[in-house]
Design a protein around this ligand. Structure first.
Ligand code: PLP
Length: 394
């Protein structure tokens, strides 16, 4: 008898994350990790204090599966003032282990085998495997580089919708391109969702990281979209605590929330109880906190772009989030993967090869992505290291 394959057909459809693999490559070469998107500076002090208080204050056992009441209440208030949608903390929120689990639980709750899920490409790596784990079928709609932005074609988007479409995944501000979907673009998407009775699953972890006067629009706030949207978010990026693993799904359709809570309950039971208490404190920070966060990122983006400009990288200016998609100089490498490994091993700065964001590796060949939630000291080291590239250029 030939040996059985030990892992399922489902997981054979994808590989481990390229982004997180690049972190391991980076650590092998003791490089500067501009691959995985995490800040190398501390979160706000009051948040740390709140976490300590929660640990000391007895919040050390399971929280209610779908989230600590304090966090759900704070989230409902914030979703009202920032995203413009009134929600009920008892009926519309599920707290999960980061946006990552929130997305998987949302899909497990709504996607049946064979359902089609529309995904804009390039896409944040997790959406592909999430869809495949649910035995859904991803349908990709391209974001084309046009001038200094990424845009989709309305006709192509329309053609992607059909009777089999269960949902479209939106991510704004967008990782990896830095695109901020405009209200008009979201209206186009929303109209198609309504015409084809599809859901919008929108991932908005960078909602406060915006540049050049851009504003954030949540598709849940558009007419007709409240009941057919699942909004996913987390504390990871807004409060610089990617290791806390506290996120959430917001769904105004109570049937959907019931489904999400069921999936979530058996995937993780719940997110860390003391960190949920601390997150509730963060969600009540005043507007000035978000203004300062955004101002800090304007500086970081501009520094990153000035380094890339000096070194001859041809990039697309991000309008939001904290990544930049860039073409790379010709140093004689076969493709963006070889260039990325070279950059990590020889230069000591690690990017993500473009293939991480496309369903076919060759589509990512023109690009690498840098993450820039970093301190001035890190940028100074990046500048110094990247200046060595001049020796290798063709
Ligand atoms: C678009 C997007 N969604 C989700 C996540 C994961 O976030 P979390 O830390 O909340 O799981 C990331 C992290 O980089 C991201 O960029």
């Amino acid at each position: 008898m030939s040996p059985k394959q030990r892992y399922s057909k489902r997981v054979s459809l994808f590989t481990e994350s390229v982004i997180r693999e690049m972190t391991r490559v980076n650590n092998m070469y003791d490089g500067i990790n501009l691959a995985q998107g995490f800040p190398d500076f501390d979160p706000p002090r009051p948040l740390i204090e709140a976490a300590k208080d929660a640990l000391d204050g007895g919040f050390n056992q399971y929280a209610i599966t779908w989230g600590a009441p304090s966090l759900r209440q704070a989230l409902a208030e914030k979703f009202g003032w920032y995203n413009g949608v009134e929600i009920d903390p008892e009926r519309h929120i599920t707290i999960a282990c980061g946006g990552t689990e929130a997305m998987l639980s949302a899909m497990l709750a709504t996607v049946d085998p064979g359902d089609e899920i529309i995904v804009f490409e390039p896409f944040y790596e997790n959406y592909g495997p999430d869809t495949l784990l649910c035995q859904g079928k991803p349908v990709y709609v391209q974001l084309y580089e046009r001038g200094d932005e990424f845009v989709f074609d309305d006709d192509e988007l329309r053609r992607a919708f059909s009777g089999k479409t269960k949902a479209i995944v939106i991510n704004t501000p967008h990782n990896p391109t830095g695109k901020v979907f405009s209200r008009a673009e979201l209206e186009t998407i929303g109209e198609l969702c309504q015409e084809y009775d599809a859901l919008a699953i929108t991932d908005e972890p960078y909602e406060h990281i915006l540049y050049d006067g851009e504003t954030h629009c949540s598709i849940a706030s558009l007419p007709g979209m409240g009941e057919r949207t699942i909004t996913i978010n987390s504390v990871s990026k807004t409060y610089s605590v990617t290791g806390w693993r506290v996120g959430w799904c917001i769904a105004l359709d109570e049937g959907i929330t019931t489904g999400i809570r069921r999936a979530h309950d058996f995937v993780t039971v719940g997110a860390a109880a003391p960190l949920q208490e601390a997150a509730a404190v963060g969600l009540r920070f005043p507007q000035s906190y978000y203004d300062e966060l955004a101002a800090g990122y304007v500086e970081r983006r501009d520094t990153m772009l000035s380094i890339l400009g000096e070194m001859g990288f041809d990039y697309v200016t991000p309008k939001g989030a904290y990544y930049v998609m860039t073409h790379y100089p010709d140093c004689g490498f076969e493709d963006e993967n070889e260039f990325s490994i070279f950059l990590s091993s020889e230069i000591g700065v690690t990017p993500v090869p473009g293939r991480a964001f496309y369903h076919r590796a060759e589509m990512g060949k023109p690009y690498i992505r840098f993450a820039f939630p970093k301190t001035p000291e890190t940028f100074a080291r990046v500048r110094e290291r990247l200046s060595r590239l001049a020796e290798f250029r063709r």
